[in-house]
Write a protein that binds this ligand. Sequence first.
Ligand code: SF4
Length: 444
Amino acid sequence: MVKARKTFKIITYGCQMNQRDSEMMADLLQEAGYEPVAQEEEAGVIILDTCCVREKAENKVYGKLGQIEGLKSSNPDLVIAVTGCMVQQPGVAEKIRQQAPYVDLLLGTGNLQELPQLIEEIKAMHRPRVVVGEQEGQVVEDLPRRRARGAQAFVTITYGCNNFCTYCIVPYVRGRERSRRPENIIKEVKELVDQGVIEVTLLGQNVNSYGRDLENGINFAGLLERVNDVEGLKRIRYVTSHPRDFTPELVTTISQLDKVCEHVHLPVQAGSNRILELMHRGYTREHYLELVADLRRQIPGISLTTDLIVGFPGETEADFEDTLDLVARVQFDNAFTFMFSPRRGTEAAIMPGQLPTATKKERLKRLMELQNRISLAKNEALVGQEVEILVEGPSKTDPDQLSGRTRTNKLVIFPGDQSLTGRLVKVRLTRAQTWLLKGEMVDG
Ligand code: SF4
């Protein structure tokens, strides 16, 4: 008798932490004999790896569950699982069970390693499971990591967050901050390099506070030094940095390490000290501007990107103008701009002074117009330069061309052969747009 194929499809929402979790689940399932498939219709297991940072992402998940319901009716053996931050939120597992009773498994982010076993149990018992454990103190190590996918890889260095920014749900759903031991991180990076990876991105909600919970005294600067020593590795990136914890020592260390890329994603969120305090960010605009000046002084050519929230509760026109002013002063290469949206369970959701959507929309528009002008001007200033690109593959917008990124994380599109994917090439920048640059290869 021919054995039925075991197949899975993972649909990922949200940030790079979720992307890394999804990779890990894919590795676990492949170890257990499952094959990934491109289409949901072909899958025996469908997993939604969810995000609850924004309401929009949550609504998308409910919409997707509605679509998948039809597949379950035509294939009762289909296993549907929901994991990610949404499941960790109090009351959400119950809500999903009510709205989508055909979901077989609700799995917490600290329980991912149990996935293959749970799927087998569900198949055998035909009974749904909810497994959402406490995350405190938990750092899961030695999970199987299959062959790297291409030349780039994410490596988690911390889990959770201690900051409790008043608008953010992450500390509630991902738990307190836990650092992975440096020897385990280095081992993972070395294994990835042996498999052909040349660029790693170190991941954590606040990478700058790495090591605070470890007894051996290592900090993020020390970790970067050790990762920089890994032979064969060419580029190191890291997200996300917290401006409060970005020490002068770290700036100097980064400036001295040849593999650490000249790009920092440094979420500022607002330009008004009053709003920064209400957000519980722990720094002032003056501190932020000094940090930016120090980064630019010590790392010439560094690119800076940020996250900005407009319409935080109580934000006045003057507060908003402080944000515009800060953006104009810093001249970010790029910014992810968001309209404040209250997340249930956070302090900001019940703060007085919630603003009307029309005000938030109008401010967002003004902010985006300013940032787009700056992004374009910054890219235009690069035209004519020759830069190193790590080729990521065919461009999403023009599959006949290649796309890749500079060390400064600029997206560049250029003609070239697909066989260059995963290689470092030299490209001359020929044309600038707001979000990307066009170029032509100089050699390679
Ligand atoms: S630093 Fe603030 S915004 Fe970032 S994950 Fe932690 S609480 Fe959320």
